[in-house]
Design a protein around this ligand. Sequence first.
Ligand SMILES: [Zn+2]
Length: 574
Amino acid sequence: MRKELMPRREFLKRAGQGLIGASCLSLFLPGCRLEEAGSDYDLVIRQALVFDGSGQPPFRADVGISGNYIKHIGEIGKNIGRREIPAENLCLSPGFIDVHNHTDFELLVCPTADSLIKQGVTTVIGGNCGSSRFPLTAAMLEDEDKYLSSEFGLKVDWQDLAGFFRRLEEKGQAVNFATLVGQGTIRAAVVGYNNRQPSTEEMSRMKRLASQALQQGAIGISTGLEYAPGSFASTGELIDLMTVLRESQGIYATHMRDEEDEVLQAVDEAIDIAEQAGVRLEISHLKIGFLKNWPKIDELLRKLNQAKERGVDLSADVYPYTAWSTGLSIFFPLWVREGRNEDFLNRLRSPQLEPKLREAIKEAETNLGSWSKVLIASVETEKNRQLEGLDLEQAAKIRNQGQDMFSFLRDLLVEERGQVSMVCFGMSEDNLKKILQQSFTCLGSDGNLASTTGRLSSGKPHPRYYGTFPRAIAEYVRKQKVLPLEAMIRKMTGFPAERFNLKQRGLVKPGYLADLVLFNYERIQDLATWSDPHHYPEGLPYVLVNGKLVVDEGQITGLLPGKVLRNNGQGQVI
Ligand SMILES: [Zn+2]
C-alpha cells in the first residue's frame, strides 16, 4: 500500500506498468496535444498534483476552468487564464461532499457556509437522522417560527420542501445543498409525538408527504430511530414507507435503532428494510458505542459485506472521531423522552418515576465507565454557560455540591428545558480505522454549519463541525497511514457523488462542475479541539464551488455560487 504522495517519476513508472488509466497516461505522452491557442479560461490551476476522486493514483496537470465547469485537464499554454493559481506544492481534488450533515436553516443564517467551505466541503446533504425542516403542519410551523425567529431572527414562511428551497435560492449560499426528508418529521406531522401505530389512513398520508418531498427534489428519506417520534415506527411501517423511494430512486439513510448493545440487530433491521422495500441503503455514522460492545465490529462488518454480496445496494458514512455528540437527554430511555418536550420534563420531575430514572442513569454510568467521558457542549441559559466544555464530573462538582449525578442531570435538563448537547467519548479508535478501510464507506461529518463569528459561533460544538475532512487526511492518511490518500479522497468525493447520484460532481474531469479543493498535504490540519472547537483548519488555501472561488488564499470571499440540488425523479441529482 502506498504511504506517501507519489513523486512524478514514480507516477510515470507506474503509469508505464499499466497501473493507471490510459486517459491520465496520455497527458504525458510526447506530442500530447496542447489546448488550442486562443482558448481562454476564467481560471487555470497550474501543475497541481491531481487526485481526481476516482481512487486512482494522482497525476500532475494543469486544470482549466471556464464558467461553472472544468474545461480541460493536461497542459495548458501560458497566460491564457484570466486568473492563474500556481499549485506545484498543492494537491487538487474534487470538493468534499459531506453526505451526513444537519445543516439546513443555518444556511439562511450564514450563507457563506464558513465552517464547511473552510474545510473544503462544496456539497452538503442535510435532512439527516429523521429530521428535516419540512414538511410542517400549521402547528409545527408555529413552533419552528417561534424558535427560529427568537433565536436567529428568521421568519419561517415555508411548509414544504419547495418553499424551503425557494427561500434558500432567494438568499443564495456558498455550498451546494441537497436534502433528505426526515421520517421523524413526517411522523410528527401525521401521527404526532405519541407512541402508537398509524392508522391505514395515516400511513397513506405519511407516504403522500414523503412522495411530495421526493417530487420536490428530496434525494431520499432519513430515519433517526433512536429519537422520538421516528423511533415509534415498527420495521413493517418503515418498509411500507420506504417503498415510495422506488419511483424516484431515492436513498434510505438511517441512523439505526441502536448503536450500542443491540447494534447487530439494528444493522439487520436496516438491511431488511432496504431489501424488502427494494431501495438503496446508507447507514449513517456507522459506529459502535461503549467498550463492552466494541468487539462486535467484525460481526457488524461481516453482516454488511454479506448483504452487499447478495446484492443489497448499500454504503455507510463515518466521521473520523471517537466521540459522538447528541442531546444529554439520550441517557434516559426512550419511554422517558416520549411525546413532547414538556412530557419529558414532567417525567424527569416526577417523584414516582424517580427510582426507575435513577436506575437508567446507573446503567448509563456502567456503560460509560466514568462520567468524565462526557463533555457538556452547549446549554441554552446564561446561568449554566460556565458548564460548557466541562465533563460531567467537573460540572456536577461545580453545580451541585454533595448531590449525585442523577440529581445533577435532572436539574440541569429541567433548567435548560431539555436542550443540553454533549460530546461522549465512547468509541474505539481501532473500530474507526476498520470502518474507514471498508470499500463501502464514505465520510460524513454528522456536524452542522458553524462560524467563528456571528450567531453560529456559540457553544462548544463537536469539532467535526470544523475539522472532519482535514482530519481524515491529516490523522488517518498522513499520520496513521490507514489508507492511501487517493483512497481517502475517493471516500470524500467520487464515491459519495456516485452513491447519492450527484450529477457531474465528485470527479476532476472535463465537463464536470468545478467544485474543487486545493490543499497542502504536509500542512493540512484540523485545529478544532473539544474544549476550543471554533477554529478553522489550515492548509486549504483555495476552494471552488461551481467554478467560483469561495476561499481564496485562505480567505472567505463571500461569493455565493452554491446551488440547491434536486433529485430529478430519474435517479439524478442536479
Ligand atoms: Zn444521527
